[in-house]
Ligand binder design. Structure first.
Ligand code: SAH
Length: 241
């Protein structure tokens, strides 16, 4: 075979591979709505999540846009996924469980500690009036901010800082959701909960955490233990912000 023919054949092979890859990519993108529907049915509805608005939020918020590109094809699997910096986006069912327990509605203002990928904040933004989310790792916080801007989530405000102190400027909150685990429930978060408000928070040491539901009734705190969970630890930051 002469060199010019060989050259033409290898170019042709390369073009075929590129076209094939592009087709694979677009096929995955096309599959996401079907995968999302299956995720809602099998992982969320069948495990007992009933709130119609919560189910609608999970049907409509595209989880894959919050997942880093290298794991995007796994976005609708029944598992947490890495988001960089040793952090994870929670398993879909856990996001749904924590969301439903807060009884979200259109008048609520919610504080989230641990923005991470931004997925939980986007689900809450779909269901509530305003979401205030604090992230301690600036690259993650800025990445989430960028996605919220690009995707038109105008009711989410992100702050880079330490969630232990909450966000006094906008307190009190009708609901607080914490998506990293402190050893003990921070006092300042209980203070920033509105009367009649609910907080869902994992607490305890690694491999021995429980998810707690806190309610403020007549100024008093009621605490209920729910399910065992595994969250990344809540970090301490000394600097004041
Ligand atoms: N809600 C996220 C889950 C992120 S994992 C999502 O939907 O993807 C928990 C996040 O909490 C991590 O991004 C971690 O950096 C953050 N975090 C840990 N300690 C924190 C603290 N003290 N204040 C604010 N964020 C914290």
């Amino acid at each position: 075979m002469n060199t010019s023919l060989k050259f033409r054949i290898s170019w042709l092979a390369l073009i075929v591979i590129v076209i094939d890859c592009c087709k694979g990519q677009s096929k995955k993108e096309e599959d996401f709505p079907r995968m999302r529907k299956e995720m809602v049915e099998r992982q969320i509805k069948q495990r007992g999540i009933r709130d119609a608005n919560v189910l609608e939020a999970f049907m409509n918020v595209p989880r894959h846009i919050f997942v880093p590109a290298e794991y995007r094809s796994l976005s609708y699997k029944d598992t947490p996924l890495p988001i960089g910096f040793d952090q994870t986006i929670s398993q879909p069912y856990i996001v749904a469980y924590m969301t439903e327990i807060l009884n979200p509605d259109k008048n609520m203002r919610v504080l989230e500690i641990g923005t991470g990928s931004g997925y939980q904040a986007a689900i809450l933004a779909y269901l509530c009036k305003e979401v205030y989310s604090i992230e301690i790792i600036d690259s993650l916080g800025n990445r989430a901010k960028r996605i919220f801007e690009e995707e038109g989530y105008h009711n989410i405000k992100v702050k880079i800082g330490d969630g232990y102190k909450g966000w006094k400027e906008y307190a009190p909150f009708d609901a607080i959701i914490v998506t990293c685990a402190p050893s003990n429930i921070p006092e300042s978060l209980m203070e920033q909960l509105a009367e009649g408000g609910k907080m869902i928070i994992p607490a305890g040491e690694m491999y021995n955490q429980k998810l707690y539901l806190i309610e403020k009734v007549n100024g008093k705190i009621r605490q209920k233990e729910t399910i065992p969970v595994l969250f990344v630890p809540m970090k301490h930051k000394d600097k004041s912000d």
